[in-house]
Design a protein. Structure first.
Ligand SMILES: Nc1ncnc2c1ncn2[C@@H]1O[C@H](COP(=O)(O)OP(=O)(O)OP(=O)(O)O)[C@@H](O)[C@H]1O
Ligand SMILES: [Mg+2]
Lengths: 609, 370
């Protein structure tokens, strides 16, 4: 008797299933894809035990009638492809007709569905390859699919499943990706009664990024779009230069709504950031959405559809790179200054006349001891010069590129290259007011100084030399025992960051030295803050470099001049000059902008001139 | 109330009072300066923001009719300034919360507050804890006050500590990184040591008090307030609560590793050496070698500086860094021609500046992480 036999269909399906279904998250992915393909506006997923025990996906899509249900679990049964020609332009997420068959062969799956417009629903069940008859059932319009006991009958696979928490983590990630890809669809994920993902309709991608990755991050991201109507349309939410991560997890590429690992796009985005992310392994954050005619991209290259093949990769590369780069360059460039000088006038007298900075905090304007000076320093006779300058520089203004860039702040106008800024004053004790070549520039002194400090401290740390100011009398800080232990554990880290901390009896530590850069050394507050940063960093699994960077971030914030600090004119000049040395002083390390530009055009529009 | 008074002394007193009065307060009376006139006692100018209270008696002018008025300090200052300091025949008439200021060609009527609400006049409380020349006290304040802490928290360090003993007055300020201490012998101090902390705002006002540098100032403490009396002025201030850390042990014993130089020369060398540092990365390395002090600094983006200063130094070499501002702060308040001694012990322990007149200034070093 020959040894070679054809495998029974259910074994074939189980083997095939291995390609499609790997873990609960892949079941979730397939079922949610089907829901989206069915035109759902709301998709709810409920999991038990990370999905290992039960997965339920409920949608309000087109639904299936009894005939469809009878075919749904059959292998190679799909409503999405008619002939091989259709493979050339796949507009839906699914197309192989394999997902439900695969799932049904390795779990108990039940589909209850009612097509839109039908009076009643029906139900069909697949018990690891054994498909029941379709029976009538009560159902709301749409489809509910329940998958229980995944891999219960395939121990070899079951044992590869990880803990419920890990599996759940993958499912959450999957759902978050769908939510970003389809901002018009509401996605909900519940785990054993707890809501983990919830989205609102019509809230937009920035809001969703905020939900999943933090509002601060979302607010900081730049928005970039290629010109409408481009053959390959690009939309991206990307970190401004200076904001980066230690890993590339937040570089997510979606092609026609499909989350993919696309080497072409990833390479293009790294190109766009060339010289804009700090050296070392820093990674920018980019949520990239590429939309094009399905004919331009082959999605049928990977069993889990995780990769695509471009018909014209270089066009895609160029479109992505150019759109991103334009947004990055249009982002407020630092405050590059050539300190304002007027020929023939000695610098010091110009400065004296130009500055109307409050010398001491809180002096009311016009009080007897307030510094005297013209109300609008240098106003009258300097304005004509400025006007002439503007007339010249405007000719060279907006570069009509293929991309339109929108950024978060109002009055977003790209100011290119180096510009000469004439300091005018300080308002609200917080913002420096400068006259630029084409309008008014407001600089947030704290944010800019923070940026300067962050870069300087990071540089110094890289060279391994940070100034440490020793204290005459150590500052004793009482901490919980756990905190003291943590300080002990992290002693090396603290020392590298310029802190000399020693145990001091029970429940206290003595700070003997702290980084010299801290302007208001408050050892106690700072120490607690550093501990907190280390703690949350650890818990969210940041690596060492990211942890250090997070701490430096806090130190820069603490060391920076505060909003409300009256700055001496010399200090302002020094700050602007330091910012000039930075390439990307346009955002503070948290990505908050450091400056706002109101161009001549903005002003004219506002005043109806 | 009616009085005739020359403008100059009145303006001087009211000017000082306006520095004490609150600049903006929901209690309007705290923004006021009070004029108290009595034929028996003369003319007194007073102001208080509750924390600090000042009272001055004029040695000029004539009281025609007794009375009290309280008017906003800044208003009165601007009126007096405008009518001219040279005027000798100013007439002031107080009536029902108003003050009229009359010259032959101008009449002003300033609306004031009810004098009933005024803070009661204060008197110097009994025996002084220290009596010393005013110029000495002023220099002690000048040479310490800059070293107070500015950062939030540790509020005690925001003030200057006065320590009275039977034999001396010691004034100390520190922000935890440097410490300034001035000492002066006094004749009749308290039998038991007394330590109090005074804010920098009242001390700045104390420095403005007397025009006559040979005057004696008396200092007393009573009921959580400190009093300074000099000539016709009495200033008092609420004390700052809290205590200084034990600072005596922080002041290094005298060390042989040191040299003497003119304050001005040392300051110049430090200033030059720190030219190419940045505000954030501010440190100058001091390299003590045989009869030569080399001061150097390096800031990656800015540049490097190296300054040599010949000094009489024959001990073993030593090398350590300091924030140049901390040293310059002290040298700035010293007589430029004074011979100062600068001493160090080791790279991790503080440096010490002394001027030979009881003044000691201690600075903690700056090191660099490895
Ligand atoms: N939630 C749903 N609502 C409506 N129809 C559905 C739903 N889920 C599945 N279907 C129907 O069942 C068919 C089979 O689904 P299945 O996921 O197995 O294959 P597919 O989506 O066509 O291709 P792929 O294997 O690539 O996912 C689909 O073509 C679709 O017609
Ligand atoms: Mg499918």
């Amino acid at each position: 008797m020959g040894r070679i036999r054809q495998l029974p269909p259910h074994v074939v399906n189980q083997i095939a299933a291995g390609e499609v279904v790997e873990r609960p998250a892949s079941v979730v992915k397939e079922l949610v894809e089907n829901a989206v393909d069915a035109g759902a506006t709301r998709v709810e997923v409920r999991l038990v035990e990370g999905g290992k025990a039960r997965i339920e996906v409920r949608d309000d899509g087109c639904g299936m009638d009894a005939d469809d249900l009878a075919a749904a679990f059959l292998p190679h049964a799909t409503s999405k492809l008619a002939d091989v020609g259709d493979l050339e332009h796949i507009a839906s997420l699914g197309f192989r007709g394999e997902a439900l068959a695969s799932i049904g062969s390795v779990a108990r799956a039940t589909i209850t569905s009612r097509p839109a417009g039908a009076d009643a629903g029906a139900v069909v069940e697949d018990r690891e390859g054994a498909v029941t008859c379709v029976r009538p059932a009560a159902a709301a319009p749409g489809t509910v699919i329940v998958v229980e006991g995944l891999f219960a009958g395939v121990p070899a696979r079951r044992k590869f499943l990880r803990s419920a928490a890990t599996e759940l983590g993958h499912a959450v990630e999957t759902m978050e990706r769908f939510a970003l890809a389809f901002p018009d669809v509401v996605f909900v994920l519940e785990h054993e009664g707890r809501t983990l993902v919830d989205t609102a309709a019509g809230e937009g991608r920035r809001a969703r990024i905020g939900r999943f990755h933090g509002d601060d991050l979302a607010r900081a991201l730049l928005e970039a779009r290629s010109a409408p109507g481009a053959a390959v349309e690009v939309e991206a939410w990307l970190s401004p230069p200076g904001l980066s991560r230690a890993d590339a997890r937040l570089q997510q590429v979606f092609v026609n709504g499909r989350f993919v690992r696309d080497r072409t796009s990833l390479h293009a985005l790294r190109e766009a950031y060339r010289d804009l992310v700090p050296p070392g392994d820093r990674q920018p954050i980019v949520f990239l959405f590429v939309t094009c005619d399905p004919a331009r991209v082959d999605v049928n290259v990977h069993p889990q559809k995780a990769e695509v093949r471009w018909r014209d990769a270089s066009a895609v590369h160029e479109s992505v790179r150019r759109t991103l780069r334009a947004a990055l360059e249009g982002a407020r460039p630092g405050v590059p200054v050539a300190p304002w000088e007027r020929p023939g006038v000695p610098r010091s007298t110009v400065e004296a006349a130009e500055w109307a900075f409050t010398q001491g905090a809180g002096l009311p304007v016009g009080a007897p001891s307030a510094p005297r000076g013209p109300a609008w320093p240098g106003g009258g006779d300097h304005l004509p010069d400025a006007t002439a300058d503007v007339a010249v520089s405007r000719a060279a203004s907006p570069a009509g590129g293929a991309s339109a860039v929108a950024s978060a702040g109002p009055g977003a106008t790209a100011v290119s290259g180096r510009e000469r800024l004439r300091p005018v004053g300080q308002v609200l004790g917080t913002y420096l007011v400068l006259e630029g070549e084409d309008g008014l520039v407001l600089v947030d002194q704290h944010a800019l100084h923070e940026r300067v400090l962050f870069d300087q401290i990071s540089d110094r740390l890289r060279d391994g030399a940070l100034e440490v100011q020793h204290l005459l009398v150590p500052a004793v800080v009482s901490l919980s025992r756990a905190e003291v232990a943590r300080v002990e554990e992290e002693r090396g880290t603290f020392e590298r960051l310029g802190w000399v901390v020693e145990p001091f009896g029970e429940g206290a530590v003595a700070v003997r030295a702290c980084p010299a850069v801290l302007r208001r050394p408050d050892p106690e507050g700072m120490l607690r803050e550093v501990l907190a940063v280390l703690d949350t960093g650890r818990r969210s699994g940041l690596d060492r470099a990211a942890l250090l960077s997070a701490v430096v971030d806090r130190m820069a914030c603490r060391g920076a001049v505060m909003a409300g600090d009256a700055l001496h004119p010399d200090e302002v000049l020094a700050l602007l000059a330091q910012a000039e040395a930075l390439n990307h002083a346009h955002s503070c390390p948290h990505g908050r902008p450091t400056r706002l530009v109101m161009s001549r055009r903005d002003l004219e529009r506002y005043f109806h001139r | 109330m009616r009085l005739n008074v020359p403008t100059a002394p009145l303006l001087e007193a009211v000017g000082l009072a306006s520095a004490v009065a609150a600049s903006k307060s929901p209690k309007r009376i705290l923004e006021c300066v009070a004029l108290r006139a009595s034929r028996a006692d003369g003319i007194r100018v007073e102001a208080s923001d509750l924390d600090v209270t000042i009272a001055m008696r004029l040695d000029a002018g004539e009281v025609v009719e007794d009375g009290v008025v309280a008017v906003p300090a800044t208003r009165l200052v601007s009126v007096l300034r405008e009518v001219g300091e040279g005027r000798k025949d100013l007439t002031l008439v107080g009536q029902g919360g108003r003050l009229e200021v009359d010259t032959p060609d101008c009449q002003f009527r300033i609306h004031g507050e009810d004098p009933q609400e005024l803070h009661p006049s204060e008197a110097f409380p009994g025996a002084a804890a220290a009596t010393l020349p005013f110029s000495v006290l002023r220099s002690m304040i000048d040479r310490t006050q800059f070293a107070t802490a500015r950062e939030p928290g540790r509020f005690a360090l925001h003030g200057v500590q006065f320590r009275f003993t039977s034999k001396e007055l010691e004034v100390v300020a520190t922000d935890g990184r440097r410490l300034a201490k001035a000492v002066h012998p006094v004749a009749s101090g308290p039998a038991t040591e007394l330590k109090v902390i005074v804010g920098t705002k009242p001390l700045a006002l104390v420095s403005r008090l007397a025009a006559d540098p040979t005057a004696q100032v008396e200092v007393a403490v009573h009921d959580r307030r400190i009093y300074f009396r000099v000539g016709r002025c009495l200033l008092s201030s609420r004390l700052i609560d809290g205590a200084f850390p034990p600072y005596e042990q922080v002041i290094p014993q005298s060390s042989a590793k040191g040299f003497v130089a003119k304050a001005e020369r040392l300051a110049t060398a430090l200033r030059r050496a720190s030219l190419l540092t940045t505000r954030e990365m501010r440190s100058v390395t001091l390299d003590f070698g045989p009869n030569l002090l080399v001061l150097s600094s390096r800031a990656p983006d800015v540049g490097e500086a190296k300054v040599s200063l010949e000094v009489p130094y024959t001990e073993a070499p030593e090398k350590l860094g300091f924030n140049p501002d901390y040293l310059l702060d002290a040298l700035k308040v010293m007589d430029p021609q004074a011979d100062v001694r600068f001493e160090v012990t080791s790279a991790r322990s503080p440096g010490k500046l002394t001027a030979g007149d009881g003044y000691v200034y201690v600075v903690s070093p700056v090191s660099v992480t490895e």
